[in-house]
Design a protein around this ligand. Structure first.
Ligand SMILES: NC(=O)C1=CN([C@@H]2O[C@H](COP(=O)(O)OP(=O)(O)OC[C@H]3O[C@@H](n4cnc5c(N)ncnc54)[C@H](OP(=O)(O)O)[C@@H]3O)[C@@H](O)[C@H]2O)C=CC1
Ligand SMILES: Nc1nc(=O)c2c([nH]1)NC[C@@H]1CN(c3ccc(C(=O)N[C@@H](CCC(=O)O)C(=O)O)cc3)C=[N+]21
Length: 298
């Protein structure tokens, strides 16, 4: 391996400690509160929700979880969101995605007060980000951007390829890279000759959901590879029913040629949670009429 492995776990711990300091410093104004809404019992979501709850409390915030049955009606879910929108002890609301098929995801997301939309998925936050105005920035792309800025300093003029065009990762990632003056290409399942597209990139962000899809021979020597993928695959060595986590990049072959690469686990995942807490603090400051803490600003 010649690439530097970017330690998202350590970086995230630093971000969380900065958030904790600010939470303590702002205690006179109240305690930031984050509500997580989980519909149904998806085992992968369970892990994520548990670790969010634990870290929210660790930074000194209030953590609330609402677990609704998988067959909850849209009216009941919208009713809960209206209640959380009104609740003055709650400054951030996250509805864990994906939702069961009978619920309209857009309808649900757009029912969250945009000021409390710490995922940055509400149509008004998407529009604000796209037009370069102050907004809530989606946590996963924000975490990727923080690691890229930390490693490169300026991103200006770099060729960036984002693989994946989802509303939660690919599209907002491309917006953030464009804002930092990268030349941005978005690749997806219909992209022709994707390997050649990726080969041009100085930065590759991969958010596809296909285990180990991107191989080392797709990567230009020295490129920075950000692997967003979280895939659970069978781990035969670990015993019956055991799984291990892998990214969307084949780590060993990519690390041979890349300049830097994020591992899975320990890369983008922990940064996502740290950015969620940073967004909750920003939302608290916005709602209290306080300036956002400078070292958390995008
Ligand atoms: N670390 C973290 O914090 C987070 C990790 N994730 C992980 O990131 C991954 C992506 O998540 P998400 O964006 O929600 O996924 P989606 O399934 O919503 O989007 C996947 C994207 O990948 C594209 N794609 C699929 N197959 C290919 C292919 N063979 N070649 C090129 N592009 C392809 C799709 O293209 P098309 O649009 O044409 O179908 C689509 O745009 C998942 O593994 C998820 O678990 C997600 C969120 C947070
Ligand atoms: N409204 C909404 N917002 C999200 O941000 C959101 C979502 N829904 N649905 C699911 C995806 C996925 N996601 C992860 C966040 C952290 C880790 C994480 O911390 N991963 C650890 C490992 C955890 C483990 O062992 O499973 C790591 O990569 O090191 C993983 C996945 C956020 N998402």
């Amino acid at each position: 391996m010649s690439a530097r492995s970017i330690d998202g776990k350590a970086f995230a711990a630093t971000v969380r400690s900065r958030v904790a300091e600010q939470v303590a410093a702002l205690a006179a104004h109240g305690q930031p509160g984050l509500a997580v809404v989980l519909v149904g019992a998806d085992p992968a979501s369970e892990v994520y929700v548990r670790s969010k709850g634990k870290m929210t409390i660790e930074v000194g915030m209030k953590s609330v979880e609402h677990r609704l049955p998988a067959d909850v009606s849209e009216a009941d879910l919208l009713g809960l969101l209206a209640e959380l929108n009104r609740d003055e002890t709650i400054h951030g609301i996250l509805v864990q995605l994906p939702l069961p098929a009978h619920l309209d995801e857009n309808q649900v997301i757009n029912a969250i007060d945009p000021a409390k939309d710490v995922d940055g998925f509400h149509i008004s936050n998407v529009g604000l980000l796209g037009t370069g105005q102050k907004s809530m920035v989606p946590c996963t792309p924000l975490g990727c951007l923080m690691m890229l800025r930390d490693y490169h300093g300026s991103l200006s003029g770099l060729d960036a390829v984002v693989i994946g065009r989802s509303n939660i990762v690919g599209k907002p990632m491309a917006q953030l890279l464009l804002k930092d003056s990268c030349t941005v290409t978005i690749a997806h399942s219909r992209t022709k000759n994707i390997e050649a597209v990726v080969k041009r990139a100085d930065i590759v962000v991969v958010a596809v959901g296909r285990p180990e899809m991107v191989k080392g021979d797709w990567i230009k020597p020295g490129t920075t590879v950000i692997d967003v993928g979280i895939n659970r695959i069978d781990a035969p060595g670990k015993g019956e029913g055991k799984a291990r986590l892998v990214g969307d990049c084949h780590f060993d072959s990519c690390a041979e040629v890349a300049g830097a690469i994020t591992p899975v686990p320990g890369g983008v995942g922990p940064m996502t949670i740290a950015c969620l807490l940073a967004n909750t603090l920003n939302a608290f400051c916005d709602q209290k009429g306080l300036p956002r803490p400078r070292d958390l600003a995008v």
